[in-house]
Design a protein around this ligand. Structure first.
Ligand code: NAP
Length: 229
């Protein structure tokens, strides 16, 4: 049994990952603003990663085997209407929030002796897409953070990121709110569909596990082929 912290484990991909980890018998800790429908076996702490409060590191176990940071944004607007605060907000949520959680958990992860970190980027870093300037700039920061920390934390802690394309979660609900939008999004992908939270969560669970023990510093594209074909 391992101890994992899922920041943003109350919805979408993070919530699907919580279920997978519980099924495998792990102890799961979740930090998010709301607990929603998390099972009682999860250790939940209310925490806003963009707030004034320091991360609740006293709630962590002595040794932590992995941390997954899920909070993220999709603020799609023309570059002209994306003002500086929108870029700051995206950076704060996607990068600075992750930095704070990672620094809070560093000692416990080092104590585990072989911990794994999973961060989230987006296909819009690899492939230029209109209206994605704020999220692409922030997630580009996440990819840089991933490689820097993979170098700095090796060989004790592995650090990887997943770069999904459109995934059917509450975050993407506006983009998938009608059958027409869903169909148009599916058509843009070589694999002709959008992703399910379960399949993205399965990659996160793999990266956390010992089966990925030789994988670090990688950005795993999970985008139905959109980023490469
Ligand atoms: N869905 C997509 O199409 C898609 C595509 C590309 C990349 N991604 C990336 O994949 C990751 C997961 O996305 P998702 O679709 O699963 O998102 P989601 O359904 O919105 O879930 C996000 C989770 O983060 C938590 N969270 C959000 N803001 C927070 C804050 N300020 N403090 C603490 N917790 C916070 C949410 O809980 P609370 O609201 O209760 O705090 C929730 O548990 C994100 O980084 C996203 O950018 C998603």
């Amino acid at each position: 049994m391992a101890n994992y912290l899922i920041v943003g484990g109350s919805s979408g991909i993070g919530r699907a990952l919580v279920d997978l980890l519980l099924q495998d018998g792990h102890q799961v800790h979740v930090w998010a603003r709301e607990s929603r429908d998390l099972p009682a076996t999860v250790s939940f702490t209310a925490y806003d990663v963009t707030g004034e409060e320091d991360p609740p590191k006293d709630q962590l176990p002595d040794a932590l085997d992995g941390l997954v940071y899920c909070p993220g944004s999709i603020d799609l607007k023309s570059f002209r209407s994306l003002k500086a605060p929108a870029f700051r907000e995206a950076f704060d949520l996607n990068v600075v929030g992750a930095v704070r959680c990672l620094q809070a958990a560093e000692r416990a992860m080092k104590k585990s002796g072989a911990a794994s970190v999973v961060l989230f980027s987006t296909v819009a870093v690899q492939r230029g897409m209109p209206f994605h300037a704020a999220v692409a700039a922030a997630k580009g920061g996440v990819e840089g953070l991933t490689r820097s920390l993979a170098a700095e934390y090796a060989p004790v802690i592995r650090v990887n990121a997943i770069a999904p394309s459109l995934t059917d979660t509450p975050l993407a609900s506006k983009l998938l709110s009608t059958e027409e939008k869903r169909q148009a999004s599916a058509e843009r992908h070589p694999l002709k569909r959008v992703a399910s939270p379960d399949e993205i969560a399965a990659m996160a669970a793999f990266l956390l596990s010992d089966r990925a023990a030789f994988v670090t510093g990688q950005i795993m594209g999970m985008d139905g082929g959109l980023g490469a074909i």
